[in-house]
Design a protein around this ligand. Structure first.
Ligand code: ARG
Length: 398
């Protein structure tokens, strides 16, 4: 039996063409693996069959939607993860999961290598290979599109020559990656960062400028995990799916940015992530009610480090895992309800409550019943400002 290579297969042009190229270049049998992370759109049975039609010896589809939600989206939400304060790490979160299934499948089938269809210019190649290295250090990663320096035109020519079943839509000018956490669109006319996105780019969100009535939604969290919408309990996956529909209808979560890739390139990216943006807003708000001031302040730094690590492909790295332990510990009391108003492209918090709340009405009120002893404030300020007073005396004496 020939050696085998397991290819992360999307059904798109590059990975379809990659099957034949891989076989010719390596002499190995190609096993196609499609991982369902809630990308919707395409029928995965059709994707499975296409891999066989393109020459794969075996074609596997794994439903990893719940695993993605529970083990990847939940940690991201607990960390309020936004790369460069804007991007909810849509593709960055799915790559380590896909890589994990690649490595597991390679082990099961006795394959000695794995492959992906990334080019040499993006982050995803790094994320795949760094994750595989961390899970199965003995496996080799192959990247036909990158390593053979194939252009898109060459890929299309190859598909035509070999009569591969590539859909017309695959020849669209955009590079799109999507999963249940959101959707990324790049290339085409978006490569000029001055060009405004057009309505046809979006699939998860409706035009927020169209007038419609606002909707209200209440999200319940237990220890940082979203568990119910309007009192109805759902799996995390369902919560995310429901919120994509609810918030997507109001155009929530459209993001247009110039982003710094790990490989040094600045790129213009358009994202839509309605559930992610609504959930992060709600979760962060519940933390404001339930976490101490210094924990919130310290956590903000951890969050930005966490997002950078995950963006940079170090999901399975030691630092990321240690930060997860910190973040998890902060979530002990992050339980309660947050009410959001969805309207005009925004998810705005209008209420929050928690049995674990640190908000003390009697301390906060300016009405009678105030329990805060204002006479203590004077002494507090004297001591608080003591270092400033002493140094100011020194400076003025000089
Ligand atoms: N720029 C984003 C990231 O690095 C999105 C990448 C989308 N991937 C793709 N193959 N189109 O996470």
């Amino acid at each position: 039996m020939a050696d085998r290579v397991v290819l992360a297969y999307s059904g798109g042009l590059d990975t379809s063409v990659g099957i034949g190229w891989l076989r010719d270049a390596t002499g190995k049998d190609v096993v196609a693996l499609a991982v369902d992370v809630g990308q919707d759109g395409e029928d995965l049975d059709a994707v499975r069959q296409r891999a066989l039609d393109c020459g794969a010896v075996e074609s596997i589809v794994v439903d990893a939607k719940d695993e993605f939600a529970d083990d990847y989206l939940v940690p991201a939400l607990k960390a309020n993860a936004l790369y460069q304060k804007r991007y909810p790490l849509v593709s960055a979160l799915s790559r380590p999961l896909i890589a994990k299934h690649l490595a597991l499948t390679a082990r099961q089938l006795g394959a000695d290598s794995v492959a992906h269809g990334c080019t040499g210019k993006g982050n995803d190649q790094v994320r795949f290979e760094a994750a595989v290295a961390a899970i199965a250090p003995d496996l080799t990663s192959v990247a036909p599109v990158r390593d053979l320096a194939l252009t898109r035109d060459e890929a299309i020519a190859y598909a035509q020559q070999h009569d591969l079943p590539i859909e017309q839509s695959e020849r669209s000018p955009y590079s799109i990656d999507q999963n249940v956490w959101g959707r990324a669109v790049e290339t085409g006319f978006l490569e000029d960062p001055w060009n405004a996105p057009t309505e046809d780019l979006y699939a998860y969100t409706q035009d927020p400028t169209v007038p419609r009535e606002p909707d209200e939604v209440t999200i319940t969290f237990e220890q940082g995990v979203p568990v119910a919408i309007d009192g109805q309990r759902f799996s995390v996956l369902r919560v995310v799916q429901e919120l994509n529909a609810l918030a997507g209808k109001h155009g929530v979560g459209r993001i247009d940015v110039v982003e710094d890739r790990l490989v040094g390139i600045k790129s213009r990216e358009v994202y839509e992530a309605p559930a992610a943006i609504a959930l992060i807003a709600a979760h962060e708000e519940l933390e404001s009610l339930t976490l101490e001031r210094d924990v919130r302040r310290y956590k903000r730094n951890v969050e930005s480090e966490w997002a950078d690590l995950v963006y940079d492909g170090l999901w399975f790295g030691g630092l990321k895992r240690s930060l997860d332990a910190f973040v998890d510990h902060t979530q002990l009391h992050v339980s309660g309800d947050v009410r959001l108003r969805l309207h005009g492209g925004r998810a705005v918090v209008t209420g929050r409550r928690s049995s674990q709340s640190l908000y003390d009405f009697d301390l906060a009120t300016y009405d009678s019943g105030d329990t805060f002893d204002q006479s203590q404030a004077k002494g507090f300020i004297d001591i608080w400002s003591l270092p400033s007073r002493i140094s100011a005396r020194r400076d003025q004496a000089n």
